[in-house]
Each structure stands twice: as structure tokens, then as C-alpha cells.
Design a protein around this ligand. Structure first.
Ligand code: AMP
Length: 184
């Protein structure tokens, strides 16, 4: 099963992706986690993307698409995966579509976690994960980037009738229950 978990920063994608990973036994792929780990380990990729992440901007499409395509070729993804934080632009969605087609594969679900903006800001500023982009100013940039560049990705999948909107307000368990029902 191939799933995209989509939504604004702070919607709870990472939390829900981990639960889905355990429930369905398919790996969670977070592009943000890959970038953060590369930055921590000071790899060439990390050096390249550090200031971009620090500023709450987007890593160039080419870099992200190449990274995801390489990652998904690994054996552990052969029975499916949960994408969190990718695709984040329409160009990435188009590239991912071609990738699926080339591999005779398809997308099974596009889950959109819907959360009002005031709640997102509140959650991000109180989550205390120590992320350099979890500051008031950077959250504003990230939400702008989401609105302008990432939200249009939803129209792309709506045209394929794939979008399932989930109410992202409530307890972690409640939201997970809604996602599971949507996937049935
Ligand atoms: P996340 O953990 O998903 O919030 O991602 C953290 C940061 O990593 C984002 O603000 C971007 O700078 C970068 N990033 C993660 N995924 C992508 C992507 N698909 N395209 C471009 N930049 C990304």
C-alpha cells in the first residue's frame, strides 16, 4: 500500500505516519527527517540544505525528487510506504507520478489532514522538538510556503479523485481512527 500523508506543517503527519507504520507494517518516509539527519551528520546533502531548512523554505525539486526516487528503490519499501512531507510542490507530484508509472506502481491513498491555521501555530510553537524552524517567524514563512506552493498539490490529486480529507482536530487516537476508516 502506497500512501501520501499530506497537510500543513504542524498537522500531525509525522505522529500519524508512525502509527500507520506500526499498524500496517509499511515504512514511513519523511523527507524532512532525512534532511535533518543529513544536517546533523554534516553530509554533503546536509551542508547543501541547512540554510534552506533553517529559513523554512523549500529544498529544490530536483534534489528532493532524486532523493525520494533513490530511497524508494530500497528493498524495505517493496511492499509499500507512507510518504510524509513529499510531494510538496506540483512539480514533485508530477515527478512522483512518472516514478510510479515507470515502476508499474500506483498510489493507493492521499490523506489530507485538515487543521485550522491558528491551531497549527499553537501546536508548532508548543511542541518543543528543538527544531531551528519552529520559531514564530519561521512558522509564518513555512505556512506561507505551504499555502502558495504545497496546497496546490491537493488539486493535482483531486483531479485523480484521490483526496480523502480527515479532520485533524482531536486526540491522536481519534485522528488515527479516522485515517484507518478512510483507508478501509
Ligand atoms: P518537515 O519535517 O516535513 O516539516 O520538513 C522540514 C523542512 O525540510 C521543510 O521546511 C523544507 O525545508 C524541507 N523539506 C522537507 N520535505 C521537502 C520537500 N518535499 N520539498 C522541499 N523541501 C522539503
Amino acid at each position: 500500500m502506497n500512501i501520501i500523508l499530506f497537510g500543513p506543517p504542524g498537522a500531525g503527519k509525522g505522529t500519524q505516519a508512525k502509527l500507520l507504520q506500526d499498524e500496517f507494517n509499511i515504512p514511513h518516509l519523511s523527507t524532512g527527517n532525512i534532511f535533518r539527519s543529513a544536517i546533523k551528520n554534516e553530509t554533503p546533502l546536509g551542508v547543501k540544505v541547512k540554510s534552506i531548512l533553517d529559513n523554512g523554505e523549500l529544498v529544490p525539486d530536483e534534489t528532493v525528487v532524486e532523493l525520494v526516487a533513490d530511497e524508494l528503490k530500497k528493498e524495505k519499501y517493496k511492499d509499500g510506504y507512507i510518504l510524509d512531507g513529499f510531494p510538496r510542490t506540483v512539480a514533485q507530484a508530477e515527478a512522483f507520478d512518472s516514478f510510479l508509472e515507470e515502476n508499474n506502481d500506483s498510489l493507493d491513498a492521499f490523506i489530507y489532514l485538515s487543521v485550522p491555521e491558528e491551531e497549527l501555530v499553537k501546536r508548532i510553537l508548543s511542541r518543543g522538538e528543538g527544531r531551528s524552524d519552529d520559531t514564530k517567524e519561521k512558522v509564518k514563512t513555512r505556512l506561507e510556503v505551504y499555502r502558495n506552493e504545497t496546497k496546490p498539490v491537493m488539486d493535482f490529486y483531486a483531479d485523480q479523485n484521490k483526496v480523502q480529507e480527515i479532520d485533524g482536530l482531536g486526540s491522536i487516537e481519534e485522528i488515527f481512527g479516522r485515517i484507518k476508516s478512510a483507508l478501509k
